[in-house]
Design a protein around this ligand. Structure first.
Ligand SMILES: Nc1ncnc2c1ncn2[C@@H]1O[C@H](COP(=O)(O)OP(=O)(O)OP(=O)(O)O)[C@@H](O)[C@H]1O
Length: 599
C-alpha cells in the first residue's frame, strides 16, 4: 500500500536550472520542431508589425498632418488598420499552428508515463503515493502543454520584439533610447530573484496537489471504511489542512507574481515618463520633430506588453520546469531488472522439475538496511503436478514468498526454478504465461466479467474456456447478472460481493490452464458450502498443475498434497497435514486457531 499522503516520500531530484529541466523535453519536441518554429516566426512577424505602426504615425504627424493633407491622413489610417488586421490574422495562424503539436507532445508524454508506470517494479508502486503519480499524469502535463502553447513561443517572440523595438528607438533618438534602456539592469536582477523564489513555491504547490489527490483518492476508494468508522469529519479535517496548505502556497505564488508584475510594470513606466519629459523638452527646443516623439513614445508603449508579460511567462516556464522535473522523477526510475541472458549451458538440465526455492533470502527493497530479511534461506520443492499448501502465522512471509514466483519482486539472494529453469533467466513474458496468480484481495478491472476472466488466458481463448473457468470457480452467479458475462464489473460497473469477486479472480487464474498456479488464500471470503463446492471443482484443475496455495484454514489445506510451515521467514516443517499436526506444535496451534477463529 502506498504511504499516507502525509508520509509520502518526496523524491529528492538533483537541482537543475529551469532551462536544463525544460531541455529534457527536446526528444518530444524534435518531431514537431518545424511547426513550433513556423509558429514562432509567424508570431515574430506579427509582433514586429506592431512596431511598424508607430513609424506610420510618425509619417502621418510629420507629413499629412503637418501639411494639412486629408488624403494622406486617410492613407495612413488605412495602413494602420491593415497592419492591425494582419497582426491579428498572423497571431490566429500561430495559435492554429501550435494546437496540434502541443497536444501531440502532451499525448506522447502521457503515453510514455503510463507505459513506464506499467513497467516499474511493484516495489516502486509500494513506495509512491498514487495521487503523486496521478497528478504527474494530469496537472503537470497540462502545465507542460500550456508552456508549449505560450511561454515557449512568446519568451522568444517577445525577446525578438523588444530587441527590434530598441533598434527602432535608438535609430530615432539614441539619447531617449538610452533612457529607456536604463531599467534593463534592475529588471534582469528582479526577474532572476523572482525565478529562484517562484521555482521553490511552484514545486511545493505541485507536490501539494499530489498529496491532495492522494487523500481524495484514498477517501473515495475507502469510502466504506470512512463511513463505517464515522471518520468523515477527520477526513474532512485532513482534507482542509492539505487544501489550506495548498491555498497558502498558491497565495504565496500570487504574491510573488503580483510583486514582479508591479516591478516590471513600474520601472519601464518611470523610464517612459522620463523619456516623455526629455522628448518634450527637445521638441520645444526644436531638436526633435513632434512626429519622431510620437513615434518614439508609441514604440515604447508597443513594447510595454512584451516586457510586462515576461513576468507571467517566466512564472509559467518555472511551473513547466517543475512539472518536467516531477515527470522525469518517475521516468528516471529504473524499470524492472532486465531479463538476463541464459547461461551457455542449457538451464536446469538435470535439475528437478516443479517449483524449487533454493536458499531464497528476500528483503523488501525499501526496508531499512539493518532490518532482518522477510524470508531467510528458504529451501522448498513442489514436485511436478503437486499442490503444496503454505501455512504460517500472520506476517510470517507467505504472500511475499508467493510474489517471488511470478517475479513481482527480485530475490535478494538464492534461486527459484520452474521445471529446472531459473526464473531470473526467463523472459518475464514467458514466465508470466507459465504462472497464474490469484491474490487474496481480488482486483477486478472496469470491464465485463468475460474480459476480466479471459485476461488470464492466451489470445485464442473463448466462450468454452470462460465457461469452464467459471464452473471451476463456482461462479454460477454470473448467469444471473443483468447481461450475464457481458455485465460490466469493477470500479465503474456493477458492485459484486467479496466472495463473488474472489471467485472471478480465481476463474481468471485457472482459465489459461497454467502450468504453475499460485493462489494466495483464494477462498477466504467464501461461505463453507460454496468453499466446499469450489474446492471440489478446483481439485480437478490442481491435478494438472503444480500449485502453491497459501492456506489459513484446514479445509484449504486439505486441497494440497503436502504442507509447508513458514515461521518467521523460514520453512520450519514440510509434510502432510496429518504429519505436521502430529509433529509441529506451531502447525497444530495454527490449525486449531483457524478452526476456532474462522468457523
Ligand atoms: N511492500 C512491503 N515493503 C516492506 N515490507 C513489507 C511489504 N509487504 C509486506 N512487508 C512485510 O513483510 C512481512 C511479511 O508480510 P507478508 O504479507 O508476506 O505476510 P503474510 O504471511 O502473507 O501475512 P498474512 O497472513 O497476514 O497475509 C511483514 O512483516 C510485512 O510488514
Amino acid at each position: 500500500m502506498p504511504a499516507s499522503p502525509f508520509a509520502a516520500p518526496r523524491p529528492v531530484a538533483p537541482k537543475r536550472s529551469a532551462v536544463r529541466s525544460l531541455l529534457r523535453l527536446w526528444p518530444y519536441l524534435r518531431p514537431v520542431r518545424g511547426r513550433f518554429l513556423a509558429a514562432a516566426l509567424v508570431a515574430v512577424v506579427a509582433s514586429c508589425l506592431s512596431l511598424v505602426i508607430p513609424l506610420v504615425l510618425k509619417w502621418m504627424v510629420d507629413g499629412p498632418v503637418a501639411d494639412r493633407d486629408p488624403d494622406g491622413v486617410w492613407w495612413g489610417a488605412f495602413a494602420v488598420l491593415g497592419l492591425g488586421v494582419a497582426e491579428a490574422l498572423l497571431f490566429g495562424l500561430r495559435r492554429w499552428l501550435v494546437a496540434r503539436p502541443s497536444t501531440r507532445v502532451e499525448a506522447a508524454l502521457r503515453a510514455d508515463l503510463y507505459r513506464r508506470l506499467q513497467r516499474l517494479p511493484v516495489a516502486f508502486h509500494d513506495r509512491w503515493a498514487s495521487g503523486q503519480l496521478l497528478s504527474r499524469g494530469t496537472t503537470d502535463l497540462s502545465l507542460l502543454r500550456m508552456f508549449l502553447v505560450f511561454p515557449l513561443t512568446f519568451l522568444f517572440v517577445n525577446g525578438v520584439t523588444v530587441l527590434a523595438g530598441f533598434v527602432v528607438l535608438l535609430a530615432q533618438d539614441w539619447s531617449l533610447g538610452l533612457v529607456l534602456l536604463l531599467p534593463v539592469v534592475p529588471l534582469v536582477v528582479g526577474c532572476s530573484l523572482f525565478e529562484t523564489r517562484y521555482s521553490k513555491a511552484a514545486r511545493r504547490a505541485q507536490d501539494q496537489v499530489g498529496d491532495l489527490t492522494t487523500l481524495v483518492e484514498e477517501s473515495v476508494l475507502g469510502i466504506r471504511v470512512v463511513k463505517g468508522f464515522g471518520r468523515h469529519r477527520s477526513q474532512e479535517r485532513a482534507f482542509r489542512v492539505l487544501a489550506e496548505r495548498l491555498r497558502g502556497t498558491e497565495l504565496h505564488k500570487a504574491r510573488l507574481l503580483a510583486g514582479i508584475w508591479a516591478f516590471i510594470t513600474t520601472v519601464p513606466e518611470l523610464a517612459i515618463g522620463a523619456a516623455l519629459v526629455l522628448g518634450t523638452v527637445q521638441v520645444a527646443d526644436g531638436t526633435l520633430s513632434a512626429g519622431t516623439l510620437v513615434a518614439f513614445l508609441s514604440t515604447a508603449l508597443a513594447l510595454r506588453w512584451p516586457v510586462e508579460s515576461i513576468g507571467f511567462l517566466l512564472a509559467m516556464s518555472q511551473e513547466a520546469a517543475t512539472a518536467t522535473e516531477r515527470y522525469f522523477e518517475v521516468m528516471d526510475q529504473a524499470e524492472e531488472v532486465a531479463d538476463r541472458v541464459p547461461a551457455a549451458a542449457a538451464p536446469g538440465r538435470g535439475a528437478p522439475g516443479g517449483v524449487v526455492f533454493e536458499d531464497v533470502t528476500f528483503r523488501y527493497p525499501d526496508a531499512p538496511e539493518d532490518s532482518p530479511p522477510v524470508l531467510r534461506g528458504v529451501d522448498l520443492r513442489i514436485r511436478p503436478g503437486e499442490t503444496l499448501a503454505l501455512v504460517g502465522a500472520t506476517g510470517s512471509g507467505k504472500t511475499t514468498l508467493t510474489a517471488l514466483v511470478p517475479r513481482l519482486y527480485e530475490l535478494t539472494s538464492g534461486r527459484v526454478l520452474l521445471d529446472g529453469e531459473d526464473i531470473a533467466e526467463m523472459p518475464r513474458e514467458r514466465l508470466r504465461s507459465l504462472v497464474a496468480v490469484a491474490f487474496e484481495e481480488p482486483t477486478l478491472f472496469s470491464a465485463s466479467v468475460r474480459e476480466n476472466v479471459l485476461m488470464g488466458a492466451g489470445p485464442g481463448a473463448g466462450d468454452a474456456e470462460l465457461r469452464r473457468a467459471l464452473e471451476v470457480a463456482q461462479a454460477g452467479f454470473v448467469a444471473d447478472l443483468p447481461q450475464g458475462a457481458a455485465t460490466e464489473v469493477g470500479e465503474q460497473g456493477l458492485s459484486l460481493s467479496g466472495g463473488q469477486r474472489q471467485r472471478l479472480a480465481l476463474a481468471r487464474a485457472v482459465v489459461g490452464r497454467p502450468r504453475f498456479l499460485v493462489l494466495d488464500d483464494p477462498l477466504s471470503a467464501l461461505d463453507v458450502h460454496t468453499e466446499a463446492l469450489v474446492e471440489a471443482a478446483l481439485r480437478e484443475v490442481l491435478r494438472d498443475t503444480t500449485a502453491l496455495v497459501v492456506a489459513h484454514r484446514p479445509s484449504t489445506v486439505l486441497l494440497a498434497d503436502r504442507v509447508a510451515l513458514l515461521s518467521e521467514g523460514r520453512i520450519a516443517a514440510v509434510g502432510t497435514h496429518q504429519e505436521l499436526l502430529r509433529t509441529s506444535a506451531e502447525y497444530a496451534w495454527l490449525m486449531s486457531g483457524a478452526e476456532d477463529g474462522k468457523r
